[in-house]
Design a protein around this ligand. Sequence first.
Ligand code: BJ8
Length: 426
Amino acid sequence: MSTPHDAMWEKLNIDLDAHSGLLAVLGKFYGDIYLSQSGRLKGMEYLDFVLSEVHGLRIKEIQEAKAAGKKVIGTFCVFVPEEIVLAANAIQVGLCAGAEAGKESAEKILPRNTCALIKSFVGFKLSRLCPYIESCDLVVGETTCDGKKKAYEIFNEYSPVYVMEIPQMKNACDRDLWKTEVLRFKKKVEEVTGNEITAPKLSEAIRIVNNRRKALQRLNRLRAAIPAPISGRDVLLINQVSFYDDPIRFTSKIDELCDQLEERVKTGKGIAHEETPRFMLSGCPMAVPNWKLPYVIESSGAVIVGEESCIGTRNTRDLTDESGTSLEEMLEAIVDRYMKIDCACFTPNTERLNNIVSLANELKVNGVIHYALSFCQPYGIEAYKVDKAMQKATIPMLSIETDYSMEDVEQLKTRVEAFIEMVKVK
Ligand code: BJ8
């Protein structure tokens, strides 16, 4: 079926037939998982709209910005400092990698036992399915896990990738390395955009990105109410959309939604009964449209009240210090803020264990569901330490390993239902 956006997609070298198949599946999936919910806030209509136009109006807006001279920078990791990109008057988009589409092409060149997120971004590129990737003037990779690091070398044959080196420990020399990388990235962004990053521009960019984090922090505080006033699926969607929507517009929409949420909390109303088991998700990021596990959990009689993940609190918990006035001070603040990220690629990673325990206690959860993508070594192996920390804190934990396929939905449902029964008895 042709759409008003076909000409734009064609210009971006998108495979129109495969792409239309992808959008049809996405639309059906969204209807079943999101639109079927009852008691959603009015403010979620904005998110429904953004998602319905995910490859349409937002791409059109990006193309118009490009025509006016702006550059687009695509990223796969929350380590890439968006403040620097915005300060150079460019647009940053988080490239999603949350679907199986393109898996067959990816498996022709990647080992089958590669994590689904990596197969997804390689598959999207090889199958010409993602208008965001095709809109990028620069794609930024990073040396977090080995799978990503090596996959970027292959991705680079199809589309140039600039790779940032991410430290793996948190000693003084690691901070020095990270500072060097932040400065190298600043130089690269200035080169690509042709715009110099000045102190006033960086200060404004820090404020914009912090404001979005503050709106998401407010959302997280409000959703912690008992009974839960918003579903975990909806909050996950909001976090996912934050990676590619315009940051100023997104922040104002989320602030509006939070006003509605505040009203709901005052009335003591929830989307689930107050006795409903409250779970926190912890682990790998869930990129659009990876909604499988949240759907399984919430359709089994529990509610998700927090996500310890990069598409969740790991990305919104820390603000960049806004007190610096010189460029040097602001860059130091950025270096410090990003060094706080507790990705499982770090060793040791006790910060993450402490953060999970304190978040689980703050949210008054009945249990933590640890989520690792199959073949993800950092999160899969760290699950053992998380489990020990949860035992010490006497918080029940269920460890799940899965991918983007739908084959294990019934099996997941059985395990989640058993976990719900277990926490109810406790
Ligand atoms: S800061 S979590 S966004 S790296 S799931 S590709 S780790 S094998 S995504 Fe991540 Fe940055 Fe860390 Fe966050 Fe590798 Fe694991 Fe796959 Fe992963």
